[in-house]
Design a protein around this ligand. Structure first.
Ligand SMILES: *Cc1c(COP(=O)(O)O)cnc(C)c1O
Length: 344
């Protein structure tokens, strides 16, 4: 059998043996009554790790994002989102369909919103205007680029949002990649964030899950919203158990993914400096721009697939490779060689 190197997403990571054992052996109970000790443990350890009051285990980051906005807005409110963000582009219009809010998108430059843009987008209160309620951040930002947002930037935008009575929400699906790249403790990086979520199933390799974090009061309300959209689970501890192992064993190795992505980017830039900007490859996502080699990304992905390499096509000229636990330093060397032959 051909070795498959799956670079489409870090969600490709499989549960470890230890996770599977923990799932089988988990101590569980009825989570509707808050009697599942494993879920309670995962929620508490997550909250502590990020310096928040409370946590809520949910099935996916998408569900966490939707619950966060459903809980912190009323129908007809407005939320500010990044033009390249997951919550805006990749959740089947959930903010409109489920939360009933209007989105206002902000352009970014290298993942950073212009402060004047934010200020201009926050509406003055008035009888006829929607109320701007939440500023949505994402870290790392842009699922096709993985830009880490610094503590300083987050503090500054949060200050601006808070001055205007907005809540700051963070989609931190890949927050550990950001924290590792910036060499900052997750708790410090997210200090000014009011509500946030992180993924257990991307780099951390659990089979499912995300934990939503915020104040006790917010999480109580969020629990009702989770129930409303069918996200309440009976003995959820079997799944939470993998999340606990993920937090205990997978955070430190995230830095390897960032290093592997950097080496992949450097290797590809050595083939052709126009296809990858390795200086901007800061976490685990490498974007390839094929314009200068005149190769169609769809064809390239087909060619690579014949060599056991799976990538994500963004459009005809661009594609993305994501590193994760299933990709080793040797895989990176091999992949560079295979791509070298494909783009020749
Ligand atoms: C992957 C991802 C999500 C969605 O995660 P799921 O668990 O698949 O729903 C949300 N936000 C960002 C930034 C992501 O990268």
């Amino acid at each position: 059998m051909n070795l498959i190197r799956d670079y489409r997403s870090d969600a490709a990571t499989l549960a470890t043996f230890e996770m599977r054992q923990a799932m089988a052996n988990a101590e569980v109970g009825d989570d509707f009554s808050r009697e599942d000790p494993t879920v309670n443990h995962l929620e508490e350890m997550s909250a502590k790790m990020f310096g928040k009051e409370a946590g809520l285990f949910v099935i996916s980051c998408t569900m966490a994002n939707q619950i966060a906005i459903m809980t912190s807005t009323h129908h007809g409110d407005e939320v500010l989102v990044g033009e390249e963000s997951h919550i805006y582009n990749m959740e089947t219009g959930g903010l409109a369909a489920l939360a009933g809010v209007q989105t206002r998108s902000l352009r970014s430059s290298e993942g950073h919103f212009d402060f004047q843009d934010i200020q201009k987008s926050i509406r003055k209160r008035g009888l006829q205007v929607p109320m701007t309620k939440v500023l949505c951040l994402e870290n790392t930002y842009d699922l096709n680029r993985g830009i880490p947002l610094s503590k300083e930037y987050i503090s500054e935008v949060s200050l601006l949002a808070h001055k205007n009575d907005l809540l700051v929400y963070l989609d931190g699906a890949r927050i550990f990649n950001a924290a590792s790249a910036l060499k900052v403790e997750p708790k410090i990086l997210c200090k000014d964030i009011d509500i946030m979520q992180f993924s257990l199933c991307k780099g951390l390799s659990a089979p499912v899950g995300s934990v939503l974090l915020g104040t006790k009061d917010f999480i109580e309300k969020a629990r009702r919203m989770r129930q409303r959209i069918g996200g309440g689970l009976a003995q959820a501890g079997h799944m939470a158990a993998a999340g606990v192992v993920a937090l205990e064993t997978m955070i430190d190795r995230i830095q390897d993914d960032n290093i592997n992505a950097k080496n992949l980017a450097i290797g590809l830039a050595n083939l052709n400096e126009n296809i990858v900007n390795y200086e901007k490859t800061l976490t685990n996502i490498v974007q390839i721009d094929l314009k200068s080699v005149g190769k169609d990304a769809y064809y390239m992905s087909k060619d690579l697939e014949e060599h056991g390499i799976k990538i994500k096509v963004i459009d005809r000229e661009t594609c993305r490779l994501v590193t994760h636990r299933g990709i080793t330093a040797e895989d990176i060397e091999e992949t560079i060689n295979i791509i070298k032959n494909t783009i020749r």
